[in-house]
Write a new protein. Structure first.
Length: 176
């Protein structure tokens, strides 16, 4: 290495050291800003986690209320929980919309005598979409005929105008 190259390296090194000394206040500010950013990020993640837990609990309570409304033949409660564009696919493959589903329950065409839920899980996909999966045992009466059923189901809830509503249901019969 030539003497000029060594001198240039030495000069560059000392310039860098002087730069750190003169900009130490900026380094402290940068460190404080970065620490503040990390604390803000942690607070945001904690908030999102708490909101997710709150939404999960709320959706589970809506599910419980909906099943109770089906047994009680309560069209008002069902009307609040079910979205206007609901697609309700029964385990036999038949489909209902909101109005036809509520009507079948309110008129007694379909009667839910009992509903027992197990293994229900709520998964949030962003702040406005949730998927619920679970299993249920129920006894329905359709056209006077009792039907004991074991089902696996998937529900979809959407948050619209600040309110969670069920937009889809699909169930499949389990083999006894």
């Amino acid at each position: 290495m030539s003497a000029d190259a060594a001198r240039n390296r030495k000069t560059a090194f000392y310039s860098l050291i002087r730069s750190f000394k003169t900009h130490s206040w900026n380094m402290k500010t940068t460190l404080a800003s970065f620490t503040s950013f990390l604390l803000s990020l942690a607070a945001c993640l904690l908030y999102l986690s708490a909101n997710g837990q709150s939404a999960t609990k709320h959706i589970k309570s809506l599910e419980k209320r909906r099943f109770e409304a089906q047994i009680a033949k309560d069209p008002n409660a069902l009307g609040e929980i079910l979205a206007d564009d609901l697609i309700y696919t029964h385990s036999n493959g038949l489909q209902d919309g909101k109005q036809s589903f509520i009507k079948s329950i309110a008129t007694g065409t379909v009667t839910y005598q009992d509903i027992e839920i197990s293994g229900d899980t709520v998964r949030l996909y962003g702040p406005e979409l949730a998927v619920v999966t679970g299993q249920m045992k129920t006894t329905t009466v359709v056209d006077g005929k009792s039907n004991p059923l074991r089902l696996r189901y998937t529900d979809v809830y959407a948050k619209r105008k600040g309110r969670w509503q069920m937009v889809a249901w699909q169930s499949a019969r389990l083999v006894n």
